[in-house]
Ligand binder design. Structure first.
Ligand code: ZN
Length: 270
């Protein structure tokens, strides 16, 4: 008999037939890249219902990053890279927000109130942290620990909405960094040659320690070079588009891989 995935039995928050907090693919991938996808899924644990939202709201960008998991799967194959994907919606708990950030369990997202997140008790919050957030990040930690003796470059794969708060966002793709820009600068230059339009430089989102968890914690604080790749989701609707983005990203990565590996430790680990 195999044990239930971590988190299931501990709290009873997830039923035994529900997916685990994370999915880990190609663990022993021999490439230098490690991929994570914080907003891969819009699944809500059964016992939370729909968080009071309509299906079309959960399917929208507030629930997840549409298309990001499809690109990440393909990129994992191109780069022979391990890939960790979150198993549940960012609306349940956002795996890329520090726990102290108010948007960790968002009471509203892009102006849409989230009824199921209002007035939560400390215990209700703690269950989401222990069942979803921690297992996902511990999986990334274990993966990176196991690779401690070889180069790892971390790419966090996201997608973003073309219009936010009435503002049109012109970049088809963006590359964001925290304190150490060097890996991001290489990726940005290599991507710019393969993309129509301007590649976002720390756009649409710069990385900030108070807002972002994954790149600061698993990347630069470990001494690893890390970037957040954000693809505009109006270019992520079809299989052909998923394929094309994965191929572009893989080609850009391969072009700069040797140089990026030679950068040594990230400066932000000091
Ligand atoms: Zn995202």
């Amino acid at each position: 008999m195999s044990a239930a995935p971590r988190g299931h039995a501990a709290s009873g928050f997830l039923d035994p037939d529900e997916p685990a907090a994370y999915e880990l693919l190609n663990t022993t991938g021999a490439g230098s890249a490690v991929l994570v996808c914080d907003h891969a899924s819009n699944r809500i644990p059964r016992r939370l219902g729909t968080l009071g939202l309509a299906p079309e709201q959960l399917a929208d960008h507030i629930g997840w990053d549409p298309g990001a998991a499809e690109v990440a799967h393909r990129l994992s194959a191109h780069l022979d890279a391990p890939l960790v994907l979150s198993g549940y919606s960012r609306l349940v708990i956002d795996c890329n927000r520090p726990l102290a950030n108010a948007a960790s369990i968002a009471e509203q997202s892009a102006g849409v109130p989230v009824p199921g997140n209002l007035g939560l008790t400390a215990q209700a919050r703690a269950v989401r942290v222990e069942t979803l957030f921690r297992p996902y990040h511990e999986a990334i930690d274990r993966l990176l620990d196991a690779r401690a003796n070889r180069p790892s470059l971390l790419l966090s794969i996201h997608s973003f909405t073309p219009v936010l708060d009435g503002d049109k966002r012109p970049w088809p793709v963006g590359v964001s960094h925290w304190r150490d820009r060097r890996f991001a600068a290489l990726m940005l230059k290599a991507l710019a040659r393969r993309v129509d339009g301007v590649v976002g430089d720390n756009q649409p989102y710069p990385i900030e320690e108070a807002i972002d968890h994954t790149v600061p914690v698993h990347g630069e604080r470990r001494g690893l070079h890390a970037v957040m790749i954000e693809i505009r989701n109006d270019g992520l609707r079809t299989t052909a588009q998923f394929d094309a983005w994965a191929e572009r990203l893989a080609a850009a990565y391969h072009e700069i891989e040797a140089e990026a590996v030679k950068l040594g430790r990230s400066r932000a680990d000091t």
